[in-house]
Design a protein around this ligand. Structure first.
Ligand SMILES: [Zn+2]
Length: 439
């Protein structure tokens, strides 16, 4: 069995054709979606990048792996490997329970390779334990990890596949392109339709809160349109790399026998909730991710039920018939599809610029702000009807007090179930990482 996991930073699902976007940016991803199962309502269980990838790679909730924000605290993952001798009695001695996704493959003797420059963030835990880990270089600036062009990543991936695709493997490929800065040439940007998507048509650019966490000035609709064009041009660019990978597999006769999972670490807000071109909150723009699973022997499908990226590691293990390590939190999406009776309420967290938790039910979404960070105007609690109001424009918490109380209780119960030492509450006390460096 062969599996490729593709992770595209800051990719909003609603800017892809297969999720209904009106611009034709993603023929490569859309074609993959036609061959696989599209999860229409997938979320990062933790965001931004560090907590999101920590959950995906460790297979554990942020409350277990304890990675909840950027900066020094996110560089160490909670596991017996990092514990002092004094804590030796805190675990049962079976390290298999604590293996992360690449380590599972390594220990089971199946070759694995990670291709990503994210480890330079620095993210030491991402480097454990692969057969190979390849860090593509940026052609313009080695001081930052986020300017690696998708072409470089694709080149490394195709070289690896050329040499190593015989037999079973697990290949992880991480792209940066939709993340800032925009590196597309003017002609590539101009090719993109400049019309704003519906959800940005009534954005009030005059409010004081309308600002960018990375200080990008947007003064009027012209700037907003240009910024969306730049973002979309990066999606167009990364899509070409995906198409090149799937075309390569088809040419080599490997496409049918290779499982491909395509996802992102989080989305990107473009101004709909008051911050432009950032992933900064638990709102849908940040927390929703694309998730497409093309697996061998399964028919294409579309699934509306809510799922999160905590299920990716168990799905990959399941595709290879590997028993998932005991501490993993999620469930194989294949088993979930077979058994429709699964939990459809998702608990997520966010820890950069603000600290929030969201509980997303089949229809309603409850957000609790533990620390407002860069946005002091954020209320402590909000409730949205995602069926009527998918972009969270009307807070209904005052009108639906009974429902609000139910969500509040359910969130508390779910948090208690996960951990006795809650790192998200602790971050709420302390304040989010980006908020501190902006002060
Ligand atoms: Zn990211």
């Amino acid at each position: 069995m062969k599996t490729i996991l593709i992770d595209i930073d800051s990719l909003r699902p609603d800017h892809l054709g297969c999720y209904g976007y009106f611009k034709n940016l993603s023929p490569g991803i859309d074609s993959l979606a036609e061959d696989g199962t599209v999860f229409e309502n997938a979320y990062a269980c933790a965001s931004p990048s560090l907590p999101s990838r920590a959950a995906m790679i460790s297979g554990r909730w942020p409350e277990s792996n304890q990675v909840v924000t950027h900066g020094p605290s996110g560089q160490t993952m909670n596991s017996p490997y990092n514990w002092s001798y004094e804590r030796k009695n805190d675990w049962d001695g079976d390290l298999r329970n604590w293996w992360n996704l690449p380590e599972l493959f390594f220990q089971e003797g199946i070759k694995s390779c990670g291709i990503s420059s994210f480890a330079r963030y620095p993210v030491p835990w991402l480097l454990r334990t692969w057969d190979e880990f390849i860090q593509p270089r940026s052609s313009i600036d080695q001081s930052t990890h986020a300017t690696v062009d998708g072409e470089k990543v694709r080149e490394k991936a195709l070289n690896w596949l050329e040499d190593s695709s015989e037999g079973d493997f697990f290949l992880y490929i991480q792209f940066w392109d939709p993340h800032v800065p925009c590196m597309r040439e003017e002609k590539e940007i101009e090719q993109i339709d400049d019309q704003l998507p519906e959800y940005l048509k009534n954005v009030d650019l005059e409010t004081e809160g309308q600002r960018s966490a990375d200080k990008k000035d947007i003064n009027g609709e012209k700037d907003l349109k240009r910024m969306v064009q730049e973002y979309d041009a990066e999606i167009r660019h990364v899509d070409k790399q995906i198409e090149a990978i799937t075309s390569f597999l088809k040419r080599k006769g490997l496409y049918e026998e290779t499982n491909i999972i395509l996802t992102g670490d989080h989305g990107e807000e473009l101004g709909e909730k008051g911050v432009v071109r950032e992933h900064w909150s638990s709102f849908e723009g940040t927390q929703r991710i694309p998730l497409i699973v093309k697996s061998t022997g399964e028919d294409p499908d579309r699934v509306e039920d809510r799922v999160s990226n905590i299920d990716i590691a168990p799905t990959v293990a399941d595709l290879h018939n590997l028993e998932k390590p005991g501490k993993w939190s999620g469930k194989s999406l294949r088993k979930r599809i077979e058994n429709s009776d699964w939990e459809k309420t998702i608990l997520t967290m966010h820890g950069l610029y603000t600290v929030q938790r969201a509980l997303i039910g089949e229809r309603y979404k409850y957000i609790r702000t533990l620390h407002p960070g860069i946005r002091p105007d954020l209320p402590e609690e909000q409730l949205f009807d995602l069926e009527k109001d998918p972009y969270e424009t009307k807070d209904i918490s005052n009108k639906r007090e009974g429902l609000l109380k139910d969500f509040r209780t359910l969130m508390d119960e779910k948090v208690d179930e996960r951990s006795s030492e809650d790192p998200v509450s602790a971050l709420g006390e302390e304040g989010p990482y980006g908020w501190k460096w902006n002060r």
